[in-house]
Design a protein around this ligand. Structure first.
Ligand code: CA
Length: 236
């Protein structure tokens, strides 16, 4: 899988390591060592497909860069993977406020980062082709228009809300879903429910999915992520 990856990282050793390894995987890689150079590279032609963005940069914060990327028509849809330190507000980083698509916690393995980059590239390809009504994913299959779902060819009975939840997960596989984002997308922003409700429904959905329930990964303190590939080992 090829793609253009922009790495915005001020730690020169880490940036060099990422550049080397991503190139070895066949990616077209550009490096920026501060936020301003990163923003310039992000809006250059051709635009990157994925940006690996450090949260702590000397001039602009990663969150500020991410906001600016989302405000700009040219970079709105670029996938952003944020590199955070443990204890940083990951739920905010991947939530509405900042809008990163995924994150890795430092120190992360290069292999883990490459898996995440690939997942974002796959997601972009899928979205570009349009999401059909019938979506198959491993042992799971759903028909969006008919609101029906099957696991190993056996239909499972889902409530309308559980179906919306499953559909939200499936169409954003490989991406972090915060509880707040799910609340807004599945329940509606004005719904009188708490994030605890999300957990309760995800638990019930997982139970109904049986073996396919393992596709939904829990990210403690953050939310959930549907696997990017059915046979992928857990990427967390
Ligand atoms: Ca840094």
């Amino acid at each position: 899988m090829s793609g253009r990856v922009l790495v915005i990282e001020d730690e020169v050793d880490l940036a060099t390591t990422l550049e080397y390894n991503l190139r070895a995987e066949g990616f077209d890689v550009r490096i920026a060592h501060d936020g301003r150079a990163g923003l310039a590279a992000a809006t250059a032609d051709p635009p990157p497909d994925v940006i690996v963005l450090d949260l702590m940069l000397p001039d602009l914060s990663g969150t500020e860069i991410c906001r600016r990327l989302r405000e700009n028509d040219r970079t709105r849809d670029v996938a952003v993977i944020m590199c955070t330190a443990k204890g940083e507000e990951i739920d905010r980083v991947v939530g509405f406020e900042v809008g990163a698509d995924d994150y890795v916690v430092k120190p992360f393995s290069v292999r883990e980062l490459i898996l995440r980059v690939r997942a974002q590239l796959r997601r972009r390809t899928q979205r570009a082709e349009g999401e059909p009504s019938l979506i198959g994913f491993g042992r799971l299959e759903i028909d969006h228009d008919a609101h029906r779902a099957w696991v190993d060819k056996t239909e499972i009975a889902l409530t309308a809300l559980e179906f919306r939840l499953l559909h939200a997960f499936l169409t954003r596989r490989g991406r972090v879903q915060t509880r707040d984002a799910l609340l807004s997308d599945v329940w509606g922003i004005d719904a009188d429910v708490t994030t605890r409700t999300v957990d309760t429904h995800v638990k019930r959905l997982r139970e109904k999915l049986g073996e396919a329930g393992a596709y939904i990964e829990t990210l403690r303190g953050v939310g959930y992520r549907f696997k990017s590939e059915p046979d992928a080992e857990a990427e967390g």
